[in-house]
Design a protein around this ligand. Structure first.
Ligand code: SF4
Ligand code: SF4
Length: 385
């Protein structure tokens, strides 16, 4: 494992962090998906045994069970080997006492008395204004620092550059920030400009969505061929992670790992992580790949699930995933066949009634109802493909 400065705090963080939002699934008693707790605990511990010293979770991940599982994984001496981050569900805070009530519930779930970083979750302009400032969450966070329940206050972010600067400059005691950053999102979200502004202020930058929900690890065929033609032998995932580690201001990269094999691979990549690790020619190659991505129609869904559940039963991320698959494999036959024959009718894009409930919940600002008719039309094409 390679370690990197956590901003100007003097602490060194592992190049790879564990993000507990895509834990492995298993079937529940009712037949629906549930988190495979035993495997998740094994995976988190394997990552820590491999040198990971930063673990990230949040109140809503996996319907609330992520924090409980992280708590179990960190028992037996693992807690002292990592810095632990979780996030305040700011959108649920409505009245005095809510901030502390959620924090105390989270500490209980995590089975700890203290988290190192407490992030105001998924801030955007609206949440900054209507939740953080309106309900005095910065002051409440400071009180929690003072009484020892949290080490320092940070935020995770999903909005544009201007909102990022507003939030960055709206408080002078941020302990860290967490942004979506990857080689496709250089102008989207905080983007490279926002990233550099945070670095300029000496703030630790934790990167999330380095692989855009796994999509950069499984690129369309055309892009895969471009990547595999390179003599370095780097996989698509390693290219994406290396693009981040190459930049000195990136403190740690959170990967939402779902299988032990992904941990093994990522630990190998993280063992090679160095600032300045890419050649000029490598960076040029990424620019070419980015261009190729932009030329392929795709919906920037990261499968985060924040839009779910849809009150009408639409399986939003699954529809988007299948739609994107049509472009991934340059052959729409398989995704169309799956949609027609295997996808539950009650969850299809065609079920969308355009109620707009999901609007505003998507951190990627995807026009979900706007896409649904196009997704259905695209996936209902020639199933013989
Ligand atoms: S707009 Fe469509 S997808 Fe969104 S919540 Fe309503 S029915 Fe579900
Ligand atoms: S549509 Fe948006 S909120 Fe829903 S899973 Fe995709 S990225 Fe997440």
């Amino acid at each position: 494992m390679k370690y990197r400065p956590f901003g100007n705090t003097g602490w060194n963080v592992s190049a790879l962090g564990f993000g507990a939002m895509r834990l492995p699934a298993t079937a529940s008693k009712s037949g629906g998906p549930a988190v495979d707790e035993a495997e998740s605990v094994r995976m988190i511990r394997a990552a820590i045994d491999g040198g990971v010293n930063y673990v990230d979770t949040a109140y809503p991940y996996h319907g609330g069970v992520s924090e409980t599982i992280v708590g179990k994984a960190l028992a037996g001496g693992y807690r002292s080997r990592v810095r632990l981050a979780t996030k305040s569900p700011v959108w649920l805070i409505q009245k005095p006492g809510d901030f502390d009530r959620y924090l105390d519930e989270q500490l209980k779930r995590l089975n700890v008395e203290h988290v190192d970083y407490y992030l105001l979750h998924a801030l955007d302009n609206g949440r900054w204004e209507n939740s953080v400032l309106r309900h005095g969450l910065l002051e409440k966070g400071e009180a929690a620092v003072a009484d020892g329940r949290i080490g320092s206050l940070g935020f995770s972010f999903h909005d544009g550059f201007d909102a990022f600067i507003r939030i960055l400059d709206g408080y002078d005691k941020w302990g860290m920030c967490q942004i979506q950053y990857n080689y496709l999102d250089v102008e989207n979200q905080a983007g490279t400009r926002g990233f550099l502004e945070a670095v300029k202020r000496g703030l630790p930058v934790v990167v999330m969505e380095p692989l855009l929900g796994g999509r950069l690890a499984r690129p369309p065929l055309k892009i895969r061929k471009m990547i595999e033609a390179h003599p370095s032998g780097r996989t698509p995932a390693e290219w994406a992670l290396s693009w981040l580690w190459d930049q000195s201001g990136v403190s740690t990269v959170l990967s939402g790992m779902s299988a032990m094999s992904e941990i093994r691979d990522n630990l190998v990549y993280a063992g090679r992580a160095e600032t300045g690790m890419l050649e000029a020619e490598d960076r040029e190659r990424i620019v070419t790949i980015r261009r190729a991505y932009r030329e392929s129609a795709h919906i920037p869904c990261t499968n985060c699930g924040y839009c779910m559940p849809c009150p009408h039963g639409v399986l939003i991320p699954a529809n988007f995933g299948l739609y994107n698959d049509m472009f991934m494999h340059e052959n729409p036959g398989m995704p169309r066949f799956s949609y027609t024959h295997f996808f539950p009718d009650a969850g299809k894009a065609s079920v969308c009634v355009q109620c707009g409930e999901c609007l505003g919940k998507c951190p990627q600002k995807i026009d979900i109802p706007g896409w649904m008719p196009k997704v259905h039309d695209g996936l209902s094409g020639d199933v013989k493909g």
